[in-house]
Design a protein around this ligand. Structure first.
Ligand SMILES: CC(=O)NCCc1ccc(O)c(O)c1
Length: 761
């Protein structure tokens, strides 16, 4: 296939950015104060089920704790899994439970945390912090340096004239376990997000080895105000593992070397080493996760919330509360190490699809073979009648499954995506992809009670019918919904869909909103909407399927993934499979052999169908860049979410070929459509394309994004599916030159090959 036409560099026109005044909105309505009574905060009670203890463990035979505490559940056939949940129904425990012999149970044993505080967070409102004793988790650094603020001091309502803080976090990364002995000492609090005093990780009640930051799942939440400085010391104690942490959604202007991409912005952090990340966050709902190997899927992720004073949020009049506890992090979950699925197996546990879905690291699991269900606590979000709440949803999935979130009996008013505010739209359900965030408002306007939250895994996750439940609970009301438990097939009625999978985005419809129909609530650089961008890049992507004879040729060791149907594949973006260089681009550029680099216009000689090199596309600083992503994957039902580091881009168009006799879109056809003016581009006055940093390219379709390349650096641009990253569905956009970048800090770690002359002494 020829390369011409894949990558266009048009004349760079430097545009003077005229700062247009944004319509200033005066928010005068005083926000309500937090209510923080104990019954708002804790889910109370335990999840031990009366009856015979049947801990659900992958192997309980040689585990000393196997019959002592655990997830006892006995509902093979649809009886109510919540009879002991939240203080409703039976609270007696199996006699084999060690807590039972204490006569008091974990709630009153004195070792359990105090109820977690509810922080009121509407910036005019007061912050109410109760019961929080952080002395035990204050690290040496916090004690030593009085200029630093602890996580709970930073998780506050943001005011306009308040001095910024320096918010300090210490992440200790370890190999750890779900249902370890820590669970004999305490039970985690269901609403704990900022940190935990309890080291018990329950997940979905199925024992497995995991990776954790500070023995929490998700890891610690970073919640700060817009101008705060954030400092995170990442101490790697994972045996035999290196790691980097990426701060997904944080632009890293001026701190490009702290973006956390291995061999692009840093050397991976070796075991036993501590790496200090420091950045200032752009406002919004973001998250952090490991960017090395498959570690993210084993538990290394957590939320980031960068709040603003309400006067700076164009949608602040739509909600009364923006609580630390109303972050909703969705993740997919396996019952074994992610590495068990890579490169992948042919007979047992094939493919990469998850066993389960978690909401804030919580959930239950129904064993499809036995029908037994764990009864670990579900996530509970508490609301007060009449109030309006901002929820911050993060899709931290690693797999290809879109996640569909529905709240029983409540509309969702979407007010932001990927940290960027939009003109509000009301929907009933949100479909999101790995890496995306959606902020929405829920008004507590239904009959006070408890309501189901359903998160379904779509796409490939439909095979295992992976879903999870949570509870939206009105304060002082029951913990248990009175309605039928939603099942995968008979769920909460879906109504209007945010982000429909059918990619019908060129028509206004009353059953769905496409992302390309959302309107940006912030100022858009007018140059973004000019007809011709300065740089236009077509990026088709697909898989290359190996024949086994090619892949397993003696003395060749090419990487591959065994896809769900058994195909052995690598990923190609513009016919190139990304390989990381042996040293970081940002700090050791000159150590890298220039022949390592490639792109569609510069393919290495003899680079065949499985061309592997460091795919890098250069973009002039300040150019207006358009990227057209084209899905050339020949698989139905699979849409790839692309994430750009360092930026939020404007989503100019999403669609499929209008040509009904074209069965499969490809680069050639997309170029042809573009020539004929048939690619959808929202460039009219008033279209206000929304800003995002992660966008799913619809299956058999395309996405057009634009951004002004005003943040110099080496920015990874990649499919956010974890198993697609490791087989090369990535490239680096180099914006500007090394001279445009701040130098890396003194003593920045170095790495690289060691290939000295061979000597016998
Ligand atoms: C012919 C072909 O492209 N096969 C690959 C299909 C595939 C690859 C990777 C996945 O994660 C996945 O779900 C499906």
């Amino acid at each position: 296939m020829g390369c011409s036409g894949r990558y266009y560099l048009l004349t760079l026109v430097l545009c003077v950015v005229t700062e247009l005044a944004i319509g200033v909105r005066v928010v005068s309505k005083r926000k309500k104060e937090a209510i923080s009574t104990a019954d708002d905060q804790s889910t109370s009670a335990s999840w031990w089920q009366a009856g015979t203890a049947t801990p659900f463990r992958s192997d309980s035979s040689n585990n000393p704790f196997s019959s002592t505490h655990g997830l006892v559940q006995t509902h093979p056939s649809g009886s109510d899994p919540f009879s002991s949940f939240g203080g409703v129904g039976s609270t007696s425990r199996p006699s084999s439970n060690p807590f039972a012999t204490s006569g008091s149970g974990p709630l009153s044993s004195g070792v359990r945390d105090n109820p977690l505080p509810l922080l009121a967070r509407n910036a005019n409102g007061k912050v109410s912090l109760k019961h929080l004793d952080f002395t035990s988790s204050a690290t040496a650094e916090l004690r030593r340096n009085p200029a630093l603020s602890a996580p709970d001091e930073c998780a506050r309502a943001c005011r306009e004239n308040e001095p910024p803080r320096i918010c300090y976090y210490h992440f200790t990364l370890e190999l750890y376990t779900v249902l370890g002995a820590a669970c004999q000492v305490c039970t985690p609090n269901a609403t704990n997000v900022v940190w935990s005093h309890c080291q018990c990780v329950l997940a979905d009640g199925v024992e497995r080895g995991i990776l954790t930051a500070n023995r929490m799942l998700p890891g610690p939440s970073i919640q700060v105000c817009e101008n705060d400085k954030v400092v995170i010391d990442v101490e790697n104690h994972m045996e035999g593992m290196e790691v980097t942490i990426h701060w997904h959604g944080i632009w890293q202007r001026g701190t490009q070397y702290y973006d956390g991409v291995p061999f692009v912005t840093q050397c991976p952090i070796q075991q036993g080493n501590t790496f200090r990340y420091q950045w200032q966050g752009n406002a919004g709902t973001h998250f952090w996760h490991a960017h090395t190997g498959l570690q993210k899927l084993d538990g290394l992720y957590g939320s980031i919330v960068v709040r603003q004073p309400p006067s700076k949020d164009p949608n602040s009049h739509l909600y009364d509360y923006d609580l630390t506890t109303h972050v909703m992090l969705l993740s997919d979950w396996l019952h074994e190490d992610a590495a068990e699925r890579y490169p992948g197996r042919l007979a047992v546990n094939t493919g990469q699809d998850p066993e389960n879905v978690l909401i804030n690291g919580k959930g239950q699991f129904r064993d499809p073979n036995t029908g037994f269900m764990t009864n670990t606590p579900l996530e509970v979000f508490t609301i007060t009648p009449g109030r309006r709440y901002r929820f911050r949803m993060i899709n931290a999935f690693a797999s290809v499954c879109p996640a569909q979130v529905t709240f029983e009996g409540h509309n969702l008013t979407v007010i932001a995506t990927d940290g960027e505010p939009v003109h509000p739209v009301q929907v009933n359900t949100i479909i999101s992809f790995s890496g995306e965030r959606y902020d929405f408002v829920i008004e507590a306007n239904n009959i006070p009670g408890a309501y189901w939250i359903q998160v379904r895994g779509l796409g490939e996750c439909g095979i295992k019918r992976a879903q999870q439940l949570g509870i939206l609970r009105y304060a002082r009301g029951p913990y248990q919904p009175s309605s039928q438990t939603p099942t995968y097939d008979v769920g909460i009625p879906q109504g209007v869909v945010m982000n429909p999978l059918d990619a019908r985005c060129n028509v206004s419809r009353n059953d769905a909103f496409c992302i390309s129909q959302l309107k940006n609530a912030r100022h858009i650089d007018p140059a973004i909407l000019q007809e011709r961008p300065d740089v236009k890049i077509f990026l088709p992507f697909r898989f290359f399927v190996y024949r086994p004879e090619m892949l397993f040729q003696p003395n060749t060791y090419n990487r591959y993934l065994v896809a769900p149907q058994g195909d052995h594949v690598i990923s190609l973006v513009d016919e190139i499979s990304y390989m990381a260089p042996p040293a970081p681009l940002i700090s050791q550029y000159d150590d890298i052999n220039p022949e390592q680099f490639c792109n569609g216009d510069n393919r290495p000689a003899n680079c065949g169908q499985n061309c592997m090199c460091t795919h890098k596309v250069d973009v002039p600083l300040n150019a207006v860049v358009e990227v057209v992503l084209v899905d050339e994957v020949q698989i139905a039902n699979l849409s790839h979410p692309f994430h750009l580091h360092g930026y939020a881009f404007n989503v100019i168009g999403i669609g499929r070929s209008p040509d009904t006799n074209v069965k499969k879109i490809n680069l050639k056809h997309a170029l042809d459509l573009d020539r004929r003016g048939l690619l959808e581009r929202h460039l009219k006055q008033g279209d206000l394309p929304t800003a995002k940093d992660t966008i799913a390219v619809p299956n058999n379709g395309y996405v057009i994004i634009r951004f002004r390349a005003n943040n110099p650096g080496f920015w990874l641009f990649h499919c956010h599916f974890l198993f697609h990253i490791v087989i090369g569905m990535s490239l680096v956009l180099q914006v500007g030159t090394q001279a445009d970048l701040p130098p890396v800090p003194p003593n920045f770690p170095t790495c690289g090959d060691h290939l000295p002359p061979i000597s016998l002494h």
